[in-house]
Design a protein around this ligand. Structure first.
Ligand code: PXP
Length: 237
């Protein structure tokens, strides 16, 4: 059984379409928790395209399970995280032009900066997880950095065009999880997971938590639409 972290970024994406205050990601977090989510995830991006500072400070006050802040290693964001003190941060790479986080952070290439960042966050009692590709070199670098948690990027598995490719990516994830586990790492996974593929990853031995956002928010829009229309018809009809 894997735990579920719900990423609420795309509730804020919808809000930002009108730059107003609905739908409210903080209210969404409360609903997710009452429906059984084991943690709430939000990514404070450098360009603030969805979640903003106000959201993360309100989430810190409101979330009762675990608040996992996804973030880059930009100085400005690190300072906010140190002040916010979420239960956990997940360090991710970030590019302005990308639609979503495209790959894991290169833990070897960014080793010195990550070392400094991890020390700074750990000093503030924040648990640190690294979002990395399911690659032995990256797992070794995570170990060398002394983190206890890693999140395996499941994007290639999720985007596989056919069963053969999906199985190949599944085995890569399974082997990476086993390798991480044998080195004492605690394993999370996420990106691109949906109602058709999440179960496969949840069953990998050692995967403790899946972080899922887009598919859950998308499904909420679809399954909630009939109720929303009925309510408006009731008001004006
Ligand atoms: N985990 C990490 C580290 C992510 O960057 C994201 C995307 O913000 C997710 C999980 C969730 O991905 P998705 O929205 O595709 O479910």
């Amino acid at each position: 059984m894997a735990e579920l972290g719900v990423n609420i970024d795309h509730v804020a994406t919808l809000r930002q379409a009108r730059r107003g205050n609905q739908p409210d990601p903080v209210l969404a977090a409360l609903i997710c928790e009452s429906a059984g989510a084991d943690s709430i995830v939000a990514h404070l991006r450098e360009d603030r395209r969805h979640i903003n500072e106000n959201d993360v400070f309100l989430l810190k006050k409101t979330v009762r399970t675990k608040f996992n802040l996804e973030m880059s290693i930009a100085e400005e964001i690190i300072d906010i995280a140190c002040c916010l003190q979420p239960d956990q941060v997940t360090l991710v790479p970030e590019k302005r032009q990308e639609l979503t986080t495209e790959g894991g952070i290169d833990a070897r290439k960014n080793f010195p900066r990550l070392k400094k960042t991890i020390a700074k966050l750990t000093k503030k009692n924040i648990a640190v997880s690294l979002f990395i590709d399911p690659d032995k070199k990256q797992l070794d670098a995570a170990n060398d950095l002394g983190v206890k948690f890693i999140e395996l990027h499941t994007g290639k598995f999720a985007l596989a065009k056919n069963k053969k490719e999906q199985q190949k990516q599944f085995l890569i994830l399974k082997n990476a999880a086993a390798y991480g586990l044998s080195n004492g790492l605690r394993i999370f996974a996420g990106h691109g997971l949906d109602y058709g593929n999440a179960q496969m990853i949840a069953r990998i031995k050692g995967v403790e938590e899946l972080n899922i956002g887009h598919s859950i928010v998308s499904r909420a829009v679809v399954v909630g639409l009939a109720q929303a229309v009925k309510e408006m018809k009731g008001l004006i009809g």
